[in-house]
Design a protein around this ligand. Structure first.
Ligand SMILES: [Zn+2]
Ligand SMILES: [Zn+2]
Length: 370
């Protein structure tokens, strides 16, 4: 028996994603089939769509999603039909140097990065029989997807599916960068550059950490309001002059914030984050740039002032631990994740969502499947 699913397919980088009906294989041993309920549109998807990163095609897009378990493969005892799961875009290999040292979020050998199931098989194919890969092995921009059971993290009862979807990428990336990568202590001053889903999640994480000052920075005034709504104490509208932004940020934070989170993925804003640091300050680079981008900084003050630059992939996520924890905090109101979502679309609206994202509009657009 074959399941059919409509899916957003990137046939060639740089071209529009197209909605195709694909055949979906039955879940095998160690696999589950998910009926998707919600999928976020993340900036990484735009990088893939525009060809900033080299990825194999054809590929079903999407790496931030949640749905219900619709079928389990033979021998799967970890999941039951009907459970709500958030999907993780990184299932570590378990054997590489990073995994053995316990830094699974830094695993370079994850099968997720091959965009196939762990044994190299593809879950999707065209009606003509051509295999189609699944982005990060989860392919959330599809009505249904077959994934490794290890990628499907069961959510607490009562979790909203759209909230669960965002926990799959932006929430975990931003909150984890603050709480795990940087370990921001109570009373610290924090700045966040770029207020999309990841940046607003950094703001939420800073609030959970008990930061005394949280300065949210963006070029779009409405996003400063969104940031205040999730815990920012100050909003700073950035203009074309980075030096003016740095000066204003220093004025707000007694000479510079203890921590600056760069959540856009652009070299100039990474440079701004480093330039704004006071002595002992830490810049945390969270946004993913196009491959090959380079940034520069003055070396002497970095050493002399014991400043630090940290990279943070996926918020140092241990999904089986962190996803349910963040979901519980969302249920308690400590993480107001639902406020990140400012536009609901259907799968057919994906290209329009990408266009809006290029214009800097919206904090998080979410696809629902009707
Ligand atoms: Zn993402
Ligand atoms: Zn590994």
């Amino acid at each position: 028996m074959t399941t059919l699913a409509r899916a957003a397919v990137l046939e060639s980088a740089g071209e529009a994603a197209v909605i195709r009906e694909l055949e979906l294989a039955e879940p095998r041993e160690g696999e589950v089939r998910i009926r998707m309920l919600a999928a976020g549109v993340c900036h990484s998807d735009l990088h893939v769509r525009d060809g900033d990163w080299e990825r194999p095609t054809p590929i079903v897009m999407g790496h931030e999603g949640a749905g219900v378990v619709e079928a389990v493969g033979p021998g799967v005892t970890t999941h039951r039909v009907g459970q709500l799961v958030a999907l993780s875009w990184l299932v570590p290999c378990g054997t590489c140097r990073s995994c053995v040292q316990g830094r699974t979020w830094a695993c370079p050998d994850s099968p997720s990065y091959r965009h196939t199931l762990p044994d190299g098989a593809t879950a999707f194919r065209t009606p003509g029989g051509e295999p189609v890969r699944s982005y990060c092995a989860i392919a959330t921009m599809a009505e249904a997807s077959v994934v490794s059971a290890a990628a499907a993290i069961v959510m607490p009862d009562g979790t909203d599916p759209a909230v669960a979807a965002l926990i799959g990428c932006c929430v975990t990336t931003g909150v984890g960068a603050v709480l795990k990568t940087a370990a921001v202590p109570p009373g610290a001053s924090v700045a966040v550059v770029g207020l999309g889903g990841v940046g607003l999640s950094c703001v939420m994480g800073a609030a959970v950490a008990g930061a005394a000052r949280i300065v949210a920075i963006d070029r779009v005034a409405s996003k400063l309001d969104a940031a205040r709504g999730v815990g920012a104490t100050d909003g700073l509208l950035a203009g074309d002059d980075p030096d003016a932004t740095v000066a204003a940020l220093r004025d707000l934070t007694d000479g510079g914030p203890d921590f600056v989170f760069e959540a856009i993925g652009r070299a100039p804003t990474a440079e701004l984050a480093i330039a704004a640091l006071p002595q002992g300050g830490t810049a945390v680079l969270v946004g993913m740039t196009p491959l090959g981008d380079r940034a520069s900084f003055d070396v002497y003050p970095l050493v002399d002032g014991s400043r630090r630059i940290l990279g943070s992939n996926y918020g140092f996520a241990e999904p089986a631990i962190d996803f349910p924890r963040y979901a519980a905090w969302a249920l308690e109101g400590r993480l107001p994740v639902e406020r990140l979502i400012d536009r609901w679309i259907e799968l057919d609206g994906l290209e329009d969502a990408f266009a809006a994202m290029r214009r800097g509009e919206h904090t998080r657009q979410v696809i629902t499947f009707g």
